[in-house]
Design a binder for this molecule. Structure first.
Ligand code: PBG
Length: 312
């Protein structure tokens, strides 16, 4: 009957420390390009990124996941492993100013290729093995820039092992790999591709991302990444795949994250703008369902506002 009693018997709760905020970084100064399909989110230049990090720290969010949008894209995703690339400079800037703040980097080629695919194309298809060295180089460059965690999101087979070897070879034996181990070929990534300017010029990602009809395959994908040396695992998207989060949490002992993706965020924002739902309650209920399903941490664009609500 009372808030105190309900609080006393509550099994799961949201905490600012459980959320990581994904951010998009672009070249330039004083840049804040709002992302139309993700109200409240923007592409930020490094100076504004530092301001955003300061805001996140103030409300208790412990870290960010960085996506870079380079000024120039090419077929080989050169910008992805460039020592002075946009993500590499952003990581260094954050770590110089806020050494205790967690910086996770997304390791993938799709934001850096002119064709928008997640790797090297051979005969018009993403070539798994030709892409692996590119991912390994990219992850190592992120570690050199100061990243705390590298997070491959490409879904190539064998990339965790290659990345581990590259990190170890460079002396980064303690840099953990958070593998987007079960990542589905999802229509819920639509707004992200506007934000990251990474829509494939042709075709789709079904040759390497998972089929939404499969769950046993998700567990096999996770197991392979664990055997290759993943330190942490992720299920993505979150809300339409709570069963996968639950199954992964029962089967694996590694830290488990859920990625509450762009389309999940956009749906809540759009319905809230129309006054069709109570934004605060719907957002918190959705995130709580991910924790209840077994996710320990949530990557979510709602991180700052939820942390602010939790404070009040
Ligand atoms: C690939 C990547 C994607 C997302 C995160 N990393 C897009 C894709 O696979 O097409 C999607 C995240 C979101 O929708 O919020 N670099």
């Amino acid at each position: 009957m009372t808030p105190a009693l309900r609080d006393f018997v509550r099994e799961h709760r949201l905490h600012p420390g459980d959320m990581i905020a994904p951010l998009f970084v672009v070249e330039g100064e004083e840049v804040r390009n709002p992302i139309g399909s993700m109200p409240g989110q923007a592409q930020l230049s490094v100076d504004n990124l530092l301001r955003e990090v300061s805001d996140l720290r103030a409300v208790g969010v412990p870290g960010v996941l960085l996506f870079g949008i380079p000024a120039v894209k090419d077929a080989e995703a050169t910008g992805a492993w460039d020592e002075s690339g946009i993500v590499q400079r952003a990581v260094t800037a954050i770590k110089e100013r806020y050494p205790d703040f967690l910086v996770v980097t997304d390791v993938c080629a799709c934001e850096y290729t002119d064709h928008g695919h997640c790797g090297i194309l051979v005969d018009g298809e993403v070539d798994n093995d030709a892409t692996l060295p590119l991912l390994a180089k990219t992850a190592a460059s992120h570690a050199r820039a100061g990243a705390d965690i590298v997070a491959p999101s490409d879904m190539m087979d064998g990339r965790v092992r290659m990345i581990r070897e590259a990190l170890d070879g460079d002396g980064f034996t303690s840099t953990p790999i958070l593998s987007y181990a079960a990542k589905y070929a999802s229509a819920f990534y639509g707004p992200f591709r506007e934000a990251a300017e990474s829509t494939p010029a042709f075709g789709d990602r079904r040759s390497h991302q998972m089929d939404p009809g499969n769950i046993r395959e998700a567990l096999r994908e996770i197991e392979i990444d664990v055997l290759e040396g993943a330190d942490m695992i992720m299920v993505k998207p979150a809300l339409p795949y709570l069963d996968v989060i639950r199954a992964a949490s029962e089967r694996f002992e590694l830290p488990l994250s859920a990625y509450n993706v762009s389309g999940e965020y956009a749906m809540v924002k759009a319905a809230a703008e129309r006054g069709w739902i109570d934004e605060q309650r719907v957002t918190m209920e959705a995130l709580l369902s991910m924790k209840r399903a077994g996710a320990e941490r949530i990557f979510t664009y709602h991180a700052k506002e939820v942390a602010t609500w939790l404070q009040s």
